[in-house]
Design a protein around this ligand. Structure first.
Ligand SMILES: Cc1cc2nc3c(=O)[nH]c(=O)nc-3n(C[C@H](O)[C@H](O)[C@H](O)COP(=O)(O)OP(=O)(O)OC[C@H]3O[C@@H](n4cnc5c(N)ncnc54)[C@H](O)[C@@H]3O)c2cc1C
Length: 390
């Protein structure tokens, strides 16, 4: 093991592991089946300080470093990916305010997000602007001391539930990425309505919605940073939140390996437990190796990102490590859960066993917060900037 966890981090990880096993795991299958936001889990995590675990203490958050935050997401994802997304999505909604908000804005918005009094969301994606956020069509037009935002956002996690949203809208369409600005928008603003709520393959208890903005009024002092800085703010946010998605993926993979091992020790074919078949042992060895390699990269990435702090400009290292961790952990999650289904045989394909859900949940980690093709683009660009090692 090349990473080092402090005694405090180990204690915290084990506490979350127990909480997840006792209170979340028993709900996981039902959350998936019902496809409804698990308010009981949101309340549980608010009570235990998990929704704001990675937010600064001065605003009522847990003040945890990024690795500790990742440990929380990983341990919850090990039993329920939807529930882990509660922590990751709240962090994502808060992050643009943390990286680019003024002190006054942070004091105004973060305490309610950190405590769980308000759900947060991050609204960047549009029907015609997914991987290419430069295609943002939502517009914010300044009128005196406020802006009016009009447009449509899609696939917004916590859409319709969030009371505080960070919305990316163009204040100068012709300037593409350099015309995008970031605004904190009240989820109860008039003119803001929920369009369709998506039926999804996985993370089914997370609400993913289309949001329509019809001349929504936003006070000018809700602009984060300056006009035109929104794209940079979004990228700096994702640098700091992709490790959370990597942690979610890692947890899903670990959870799938845990249940597969237990099953193969019990399941007998050809007169002995399946775990005694060497070809099965080799698959398990590969799963463990992938998971441990992913964990090492993620924990290293968390350290690199943490060292850069909240407010700094993204250094190429921060961006590259964050993208590499997300790429590797999510590919591991997909591979390991697919193998887990295979090793369960027919039982892996039916809903009574958790690996089927884990495989569906794993898929999204290769898609959101930038698809893995986009992670590769990001890594390659940074590789060029970094140059050849001396
Ligand atoms: C469940 C869920 C939750 C989400 N939550 C949020 C959220 O909270 N906030 C938010 O803003 N967004 C959210 N998203 C949106 C998500 O980030 C986007 O779906 C994702 O970035 C991809 O965009 P797209 O769907 O438009 O795909 P597209 O951009 O249309 O891409 C389609 C395919 O083309 C590939 N591709 C695109 N460009 C290139 C290229 N240059 N080179 C090679 N391949 C390329 C992609 O990798 C992908 O495989 C969520 C999505 C889902 C499904």
């Amino acid at each position: 093991m090349s990473y080092h966890l402090t005694d405090e981090q180990i204690l915290f990880r084990d506490t979350v592991r127990r909480l997840a096993a006792d209170r979340v795991q028993p709900r996981a299958a039902e959350i998936d089946r019902r496809g409804e936001f698990p308010w009981d889990i949101f309340e549980l995590f608010s009570e235990y300080g998990l929704v704001g675990v990675g937010m600064p203490e001065q605003y009522g958050g847990g003040g945890a470093d990024l690795l500790t935050f990742c440990l929380a997401v990983e341990e919850v994802a090990r039993v329920c990916a939807t529930s882990s997304l509660i922590i990751a999505a709240q962090h994502l909604g808060a992050m643009p305010i943390l990286v680019a908000g003024s002190r006054e804005q942070q004091e105004r918005f973060i305490p309610e997000i950190a405590s769980g009094r308000k759900i947060a969301a991050f609204a960047l994606t549009e029907p015609e602007a997914g991987s290419d956020a430069g295609g943002t069509q939502t517009q914010a037009i300044r009128e005196g001391n406020h802006y009016r935002i009009s447009g449509t956002k899609v696939f917004i996690t916590n859409g319709g539930l969030a009371k505080t949203l960070v919305v990316f809208a163009s204040t100068a369409l012709s300037r593409k990425t350099r015309g995008i600005s970031a605004f904190v928008v009240d989820g109860e603003s008039s003119g803001l309505s929920v369009g369709r709520i998506e039926e999804k393959m996985g993370i089914r208890g997370s609400q993913t919605a289309m949001l329509n903005f019809d001349a929504v009024t936003v006070p000018a002092n809700n602009l984060l940073g300056q006009e035109g800085e929104g794209f940079k703010i979004a990228m700096r946010t994702l640098d700091r939140t992709r490790p959370g998605i990597a942690a979610q993926a890692l947890g899903i993979a670990q959870g799938a390996l845990d249940v597969t091992l237990a099953h193969l020790k019990e399941r007998r074919q050809f007169g002995k437990p399946l775990i005694e078949q060497q070809s099965i042992q080799f698959m398990l060895a590969d799963m463990e190796t992938r998971i441990e390699a992913s964990r090492n990269l993620l924990y290293k990435a968390a350290e690199v990102v943490e060292t850069a702090g909240f407010a700094q400009q993204a250094s190429p290292d921060v961006t590259r490590y964050s993208a590499m961790a997300k790429l590797m952990c999510s590919d591991t999650a997909m591979q390991v859960t697919t193998d887990a289904v295979q090793l369960f045989g027919g039982y892996g394909y039916i809903r009574d066993y958790p690996v089927e859900r884990m495989m569906r949940d794993a898929k999204i980690t290769q898609i959101y917060e930038g698809t893995n093709q986009i992670q590769r683009l990001v890594i390659f660009r940074n590789l060029l900037e970094k140059g050849t090692p001396e």
